[in-house]
Write a new protein. Structure first.
Ligand SMILES: Nc1ncnc2c1ncn2[C@@H]1O[C@H](COP(=O)(O)OP(=O)(O)OP(=O)(O)O)[C@@H](O)[C@H]1O
Ligand SMILES: [Mg+2]
Length: 391
C-alpha cells in the first residue's frame, strides 16, 4: 500500500491528498464539536476512495454511530465494517474500513501485562484493589491510553492509515502532554515518597494529624494497599518511561498529522487557535482544520440576497401566485418572514466567513462542513459529511 503515499515534501491541498500521504491522523478539538464524527467520516472516505486497510479508533462514540460501524460490543477489538454497510450507502469501497473503541480498563491491563517484570508482580498489580478501582478512571488516563493504543496498533503495521478520535478533554492540549506526564510521574518525588518503605512512612504519617485521622477512618490497611500499589507500579517504570517516549516520537513523526475540528462559536474556535499554536510550538504537523456545523455557502451569494429582498417586498403579489396555498394575508406574512429570516441568516453567515478569514495561522487544508438537518449516525451520513471535506 506504500504506493498510495504521496511524496513527503508536497504540501497537501485537500484532505484526500493529506490522508494519502499520512499513516496516522489525530482528530482533536474541544468538546462536542464533531471530533468523533469527523474521524469516522475521514476514515470512511479513505477506505472508500484511497483503498488499503483503514482503522478508525474511536473514543466513546454515540451509540447509533457505534452500531453503524458494527461496534456493538465495547472493547479494544478491531472490527471490520461489513461490506453490506457500504452497499447500503450505495458505494463500493476500494479498501477496508475497520473500527475499534477505546477501552481504558482493558488497555491498562494490557500495559501492566506487558511491563510487569514477572508473573508474580503482574498478578499482584492486577489483583490490587487500588489498581482495580482507579485503572478505569486514572486522572488523564484516557488521554494517555488513547495515544498508547495508537502507538501499539501503528507499530504492529496492520493498517495503512489509522484515524484516531480523541477523548472529550477539558483541554485539547492534555493528550499531547500525556506521554510526557506519564514519564514524569515515574520519576517524580511523589512516587518515590509513596513507595518509601511502607512501615516507616505509615509511622511517619501517623504522627501527622491528617494521617492520624486518615488512619482511624480508612484503616492502616488502606494506606498499606496504596503503598503496595505504588510499590508494584514502580517496578514497571523503565518499560513505561521508554514506552511513553516512543509514543511522543510517534506523535512527532512526519507520517503523523493532526486534524483540528472546531465550530465557529467563540469558545471552541478560541481553543482551536490555542491548540494550533501548541502544535506549532511542539513542531507537530497540523494537517487540516475542519470547521464544522457552519452555515451553507449559498447564504453568502449576493444573488440570494436579491431573492430574499424580493420575497419581503413583493410578498403580496407573490401570494396571489400561490393563492391555492391558503389565505392571501397568511401567505404574504409567511413569505415575508421567510425572506427576512434568510437575510438574518446571511448576516450570521457573513460573520462566520469573517471569523474564518481571521484565523491567525492557517493549516495546509481548511475545510468547512455545513450543519446537517439530520444526525449523522450511519455510513451514508459519514460519507455525505466526508464528501464536503474531501477535495
Ligand atoms: N455537521 C454536522 N451536522 C449535524 N450534526 C452533526 C455535525 N457534526 C456532528 N454532528 C452531531 O453532533 C453530535 C456531536 O458530534 P461528535 O460526537 O462527533 O462530537 P465530539 O467532538 O466527538 O464530542 P465529544 O467531545 O463529546 O467526544 C453528534 O450527535 C453528531 O451526530
Ligand atoms: Mg467524541
Amino acid at each position: 500500500m506504500a504506493a498510495r503515499k504521496a511524496p513527503e515534501a508536497e504540501r497537501a491541498r485537500s484532505l484526500e491528498q493529506l490522508l494519502a500521504a499520512k499513516e496516522i491522523v489525530i482528530s482533536c478539538g474541544s468538546g462536542g464539536v464533531g471530533k468523533t464524527t469527523t474521524a469516522a467520516a475521514a476514515a470512511a472516505m479513505a477506505a472508500t476512495h484511497l483503498g488499503g486497510k483503514v482503522l478508525v479508533l474511536t473514543v466513546d462514540p454515540a451509540k447509533r454511530l457505534a452500531n453503524a460501524l458494527g461496534l456493538e460490543r465495547f472493547g479494544n477489538t478491531e472490527t471490520q465494517v461489513p461490506l453490506s454497510a457500504f452497499e447500503a450507502a450505495g458505494v463500493t469501497p476500494r479498501g477496508e474500513l475497520w473500527a475499534a473503541m477505546l477501552d481504558t480498563k482493558q488497555s491498562w491491563d494490557d500495559l501492566v501485562r506487558r511491563h510487569a517484570p514477572d508473573a508474580k508482580t503482574r498478578e499482584a498489580i492486577l489483583a490490587n484493589s487500588i489498581y482495580q478501582n482507579i485503572s478505569g478512571r486514572f486522572v488523564q488516563s484516557h488521554d494517555y491510553i488513547a495515544m498508547e493504543r495508537l502507538y501499539e496498533i501503528h507499530s504492529a503495521g496492520t493498517y495503512d492509515l489509522i484515524v484516531v478520535d480523541t477523548p472529550p478533554t477539558r483541554n485539547a492540549i492534555d493528550f499531547l502532554e500525556a506521554p510526557d506526564r506519564m514519564a514524569d510521574f515515574f520519576s517524580s518525588k511523589l512516587l518515590r515518597w509513596l513507595t518509601a518503605p511502607t512501615k516507616s512512612r505509615v509511622m511517619n504519617l501517623a504522627s501527622k494529624p491528617f494521617y492520624t485521622v486518615a488512619d482511624r477512618i480508612l484503616g492502616s490497611q488502606f494506606l498499606e494497599d496504596i503503598a503496595e500499589f505504588f510499590g508494584l507500579f514502580q517496578t514497571m517504570a523503565p518499560g513505561f518511561v521508554e514506552r511513553a517516549e516512543a509514543v511522543t516520537r510517534t506523535l512527532a513523526d512526519k507520517r503523523t498529522t493532526f486534524l483540528v475540528v472546531s465550530t465557529l462559536e467563540a469558545a471552541p474556535l478560541h481553543e482551536a487557535e490555542f491548540f494550533i499554536d501548541a502544535l506549532d510550538e511542539r513542531k507537530l504537523n497540523l494537517g487540516a482544520l475542519v470547521l464544522n456545523k457552519v452555515l451553507p455557502a449559498y447564504l453568502r451569494r449576493t444573488a440570494t440576497t436579491g431573492v430574499a429582498k424580493r420575497l419581503c417586498a413583493d410578498a403580496d403579489d407573490l401570494a396571489s401566485a400561490v393563492a391555492e396555498a391558503g389565505d392571501p394575508g397568511d401567505i404574504s406574512r409567511v413569505l415575508g418572514t421567510i425572506g427576512e429570516s434568510f437575510l438574518n441568516y446571511q448576516v450570521v453567515a457573513k460573520r462566520e466567513a469573517e471569523q474564518r478569514a481571521g484565523l491567525a495561522r492557517s493549516p495546509e487544508v481548511v475545510a468547512a462542513v455545513p450543519y446537517f438537518d439530520a444526525d449523522i449516525h450511519d455510513l451514508a451520513g459519514l460519507l455525505q459529511l466526508g464528501e464536503q471535506i474531501w477535495r
